[in-house]
Design a binder for this molecule. Structure first.
Ligand SMILES: [Zn+2]
Length: 477
């Protein structure tokens, strides 16, 4: 057999260990891992890894693409976001069909996104979202499940736009139990956020330099504990997006110890940055919710990531530019929040986890690819192994680059990591067996991305088959 592609002499790093191998690819799938001591077999194309690290392509379970939120539209398309993703070693992204307001039906928001995914350059999956409960929601969730979507985002904040009330959250959780799905929750205590923001506004301190004061850590910790209680009551598995405080992660760990199925995600900006950025010359580059926290919180998150209490590092990519960020920089209530990051997730997470915190590359691979593939029901992603998709990233751990967001490919003019020297950039990226980044040169594959239907989070009939158990075992290694 002649392989379509052969990556020779690679140090293959998976979440569970590493091996030196030649990796053979046929029809977009990894079909052989051969001893690196053997002579490389024939292949249509050969890439020499020369001992460099070969990782599974990144799975970014939390991206916002071509999104309209209130008065602001993000600036990217699926083409732009996925070209950025591929440049950054991510070969699968998941986006959300979020209703524009309480008037849009969740299934319509999802189908709108499904149409847009046709422009994607890499594989794409979707999550749903519910803002307001009514009697048609269960039927809409059945329809979503038929489209391979069994995860629903719920916001506990953003009153008047995407916020779901307590009844909606509880009922959607029950539906997720019925469908073997996953409740995905943005957890900040809305009343605390609204009260604190009003107090800051009364003092005329509600500009972007005050963002971290308007959304204190307790607003996240309190909301996470409330959601965990409702999850315990309904029996629903819950995935918390962008956890930023040690207290919130510890609440998740305690719930797990009690037997709840709960997952924790954080983002690179909560690991690498601290709230001194709001005193910098360009605080608008860090307009995100929750805000960037004090250094002690970031270090606390890294420690918890190291011991597996945080499962996943996603980007929470949102493409706005500095002009949009600056239009209402004196009032955080009117600014577009969210940071570009699909392209920098790999180097930013690698630098935080491996270079700074000294964690093994295997732990990085788990958070960057393996855990998100498992949690989001993508069984052929997340490992370099026979039978898995040929989504491969070649990495030279000694190479570092200084970030210049204006020269990245994310469709905006800045990065929250501007000026930082990061390691962990991909030099070559293979997506579905095609070499899309070849030692730094990009070859646009065209709109080849596949919409990926996702398997159930767990079989509703077999509650014990919990993907999270894999995460716990993986963390114990
Ligand atoms: Zn988000």
């Amino acid at each position: 057999m002649t392989f379509d592609l052969l990556v020779t002499d690679a140090t293959v790093v998976n979440a569970d260990g590493r091996t030196r191998a030649h990796v053979g690819v046929t029809d977009g799938v990894v079909t052989a891992l051969l001893s690196a001591c053997s002579a490389p077999p024939a292949a249509v194309r050969t890439l020499d890894a020369a001992g460099r690290l070969l990782l599974p392509g990144g799975v970014d379970g939390h991206c916002h693409v071509d999104q309209v939120t209130g008065a602001y539209a993000s600036l990217d398309t699926y083409e732009i976001a996925t070209v950025g993703a591929l440049h950054g070693g991510t070969t699968t992204i998941l986006d959300f069909g979020i209703p524009a307001d309480a008037g849009e039906r969740p299934i319509d928001a999802l189908r709108r996104k499904l149409d847009l995914t046709r422009g994607a350059r890499c594989d794409v999956g979707l999550h749903g979202s519910v803002v307001t409960w009514d009697d048609t929601v269960p039927g809409q969730l059945d329809e979503m499940a038929g489209l391979g979507v069994r995860s629903v985002k719920l916001y506990t904040t953003n009153r008047g736009t995407t916020m779901a009330d307590d009844d909606t959250i509880l009922r959607v959780m029950r539906e997720m139990v019925r469908l073997g799905g996953l409740a995905i929750v943005h957890s900040e205590h809305d009343a605390i956020v609204v009260d604190r923001t009003a107090a800051c506004a009364a003092d005329d301190h509600v500009g972007i330099e005050d963002l971290h004061r308007t959304r204190p850590e307790i607003s996240e910790d309190a909301s996470v504990r409330e959601i965990l209680a409702v999850a315990s009551y309904t029996g629903a598995p819950v995935y918390f997006v962008h956890q930023t405080t040690p207290g919130a992660v510890d609440a998740v760990a305690e719930a797990r110890a009690r037997g709840q199925v709960v997952l924790s995600e954080t983002c690179p900006h909560y690991l690498l940055l601290d709230d001194a950025v709001y005193s910098s010359a360009t605080p608008e580059k860090y307009a995100c919710c929750p805000p960037v926290r004090p250094r002690a919180a970031a270090d606390g998150l890294l420690a918890r990531l190291g011991r597996g209490a945080v499962d996943v590092v996603s980007s929470d990519h949102s493409c706005y530019d500095l002009a949009q960020k600056r239009e209402h920089r004196h009032d955080v209530r009117r600014m577009p929040h969210g940071l570009p990051g699909v392209e920098t997730r790999m180097p930013a997470a690698y630098t935080a986890m491996v270079t700074r915190a000294g964690l093994p590359v295997e732990r990085f691979v788990e958070a960057f690819s393996t855990a998100p593939a498992r949690v989001h029901g993508l069984p052929t992603k997340g490992a370099v192994a026979v039978g898995y998709d040929a989504d491969l990233v070649l990495l030279d751990p000694d190479e570092s680059r200084v970030v210049d967001g204006s020269r990245l490919h994310q469709g905006t003019d800045f990065s929250p990591f501007d000026g930082m020297e990061l390691r962990g950039w991909p030099s070559t990226v293979v997506a579905g067996g095609s070499v899309v980044l070849d030692e730094g040169t990009f070859h646009d594959p065209g709109p080849v991305g596949r919409y990926r239907e996702r398997t159930a989070f767990r079989d509703p009939a077999r509650r014990s088959a919990d993907p999270v158990l894999g995460a716990v075992v993986g963390a114990a290694r």
